[in-house]
Design a protein around this ligand. Structure first.
Ligand code: MN
Length: 374
């Protein structure tokens, strides 16, 4: 039967895709990004894809492509076998019975189910979410960790070619004094021309944050992302009260309930929504709903997804009015190698919703083969 939705296969492949330049985080640096491709095949021969991806390794949330592969193959695939790809709510509830947490791995599976279901119906994934509310979204670019002068040149070139109009800088790898001076120098050079945001990835303690964050705000930084440890919601709330610029919660919000904590304590003005860390499209939507009800903005954030994961996040951001604070869905631009037959379209500071059934993107099998780990 050509529309048979029964799941007959779940395959996973680890890829290591080289990046255009090293991407630096507070505690690690990567020159290639590992991706776990998850393919769910139906009896009709339709294949839906999802991507298990974390930013460079397990430092962010404890998961890696290797742990995701083991959890999916050994524990989730048996739950999927013989079920229908449109049985998503029940399947994810059953997976919850055998695998706790591991939201990045669950997101890969949940998104592959949506892709397979939408492809069977011949509709885009956003249709399953109620349709596209917008067709494109702003994309902030993550600047590298090179000396300030080089970073300023990179930003100015991107502004002149109209690829991006705002920028994010990673902090937390250097000592706070040097780091703050570097960022303020960049923010001042780009002042008026472009917005500059920082992400400290939860690396500063409260006293360091109290000392240096006001200097960043005075220096022209327009938004401060997750300065202090994720579970210290009250510290984030204290800093949010103190600072004249918006604070964004990322590590602090890994579940809808975490969003409720942020709302209760007014700990952030913006919440970073990653379809990966939140376990897929449906839990992302629950999280956005909580923020939106409380008047807190949401940002379409990234774990440096490849094109499959990025396409899923674009469908989500375009279907969800609550993603009202732009995005950083730049992942594919950081990859040196194109994995799609037709690349995602970035232009004029935005990324565009791809057309076509499912996620609207097609993997190039040769490229997938080239970058497969084994
Ligand atoms: Mn972040």
């Amino acid at each position: 039967m050509s529309n048979d939705l029964t799941i007959v296969g779940v395959e996973t492949t680890i890829l290591d895709v080289p990046l255009v330049r090293a991407h630096k985080f507070a505690t690690t640096e990567m020159t290639a990004q590992p991706l776990l491709l998850v393919a769910i095949r139906t009896a009709a021969g339709t294949v839906g894809h999802g991507e298990g991806v974390v930013p460079g390794g397990p430092w962010w949330g404890g998961e890696s492509v290797e742990t995701m592969q083991a959890l999916i193959e050994r524990y989730m695939a048996p739950v999927l076998a013989g079920r229908r790809v449109n049985d998503i709510t029940a399947i994810m509830a059953d997976i919850e019975k055998v695998v706790a947490r591991a939201q990045f791995a669950k997101a890969a599976v949940e998104i592959a189910l949506h892709d397979a279901w939408a492809r069977t119906l011949g509709v885009p994934v956003h249709t399953l979410l109620g349709g596209a509310f917008r067709r494109s979204i702003d994309v902030t670019w993550a600047l590298g960790a090179a000396p300030a002068a080089e970073i300023i040149d990179e930003a100015i070139e991107l502004l002149e070619t109209r690829r991006h109009f705002s920028f994010k800088l990673k902090m937390g790898a250097l000592d706070p004094e040097t780091d703050t001076q570097r960022v303020v120098q960049i923010a001042q050079a780009l002042h008026v021309k472009a917005g500059v945001r920082v992400d400290i990835n939860a690396r500063w303690d409260r006293l360091t944050a109290l000392k240096y964050l006001p200097r960043l705000a005075d220096g022209g930084v327009e938004l401060i992302e997750q300065p202090t440890p994720g579970d210290q919601i009250e510290v984030l709330a204290e800093l949010n009260q103190l600072l004249p610029v918006p604070v964004m919660a990322d590590e602090s919000v890994q579940s809808p309930h975490n969003a409720l904590d942020v709302v209760r304590q007014r700990a952030a003005d913006v919440i970073a929504i990653k379809t990966t860390k939140l376990g897929g499209l449906r839990r992302s939507r629950e999280t956005v709903a909580i923020a939106r009800a409380a008047g807190i903005a949401c940002h379409g954030a990234t774990s440096i997804e490849g094109p499959i994961g990025t396409a899923a996040s674009i469908h989500f951001a375009c279907a969800e009015p609550g993603i009202d604070f732009g995005s950083e869905l730049f992942g594919p631009l950081l990859f040196e190698e194109e994995l799609l037959t037709t690349p995602l379209r970035y232009a004029d500071g935005q990324v565009h919703l791809p057309d076509g059934p499912g996620l609207g993107v097609e993997l190039n099998p040769d490229a997938v083969k080239t970058w497969s780990r084994n």
